[in-house]
Write a new protein. Structure first.
Length: 100
């Protein structure tokens, strides 16, 4: 009995399978909607940050200009992360499935 238990702990033969749970399509739609909401929020944050950057530059407000620059970089990074989320997860999932 020790050998089958040890083998099960070593390789349980579990792989991701689409359609295994009810409501999976609904969950995919919810996550897609959250991603879209995030992208829309990032567009707004980018617009505000660019406005603060321009306002700070033209009024001589160095703190506002620096804050606008930081906000622009953060918004661009967030947009990159939101847009690349599927690719990042697919890459690391494929990489993880190669580990034996």
């Amino acid at each position: 009995m020790s050998d089958p238990v040890r083998y099960l702990a070593y390789n349980p033969h579990i792989t991701p399978k689409g359609g295994g749970l009810p409501g999976l399509a609904v969950l995919q739609k919810v996550v897609s909607s959250i991603n879209l909401f995030g992208i829309i929020a990032v567009v707004g944050a980018l617009a505000v940050s660019l406005g603060v950057w321009a306002w700070g530059h033209h009024t001589g407000g160095h703190q506002a200009e620096a804050t606008g620059k930081k906000g622009t970089v953060v918004a661009a990074g967030a947009a990159l992360g939101l847009g690349a989320a599927n690719g990042i997860i697919a890459f690391f999932s494929a990489l993880g499935s190669q580990v034996h």
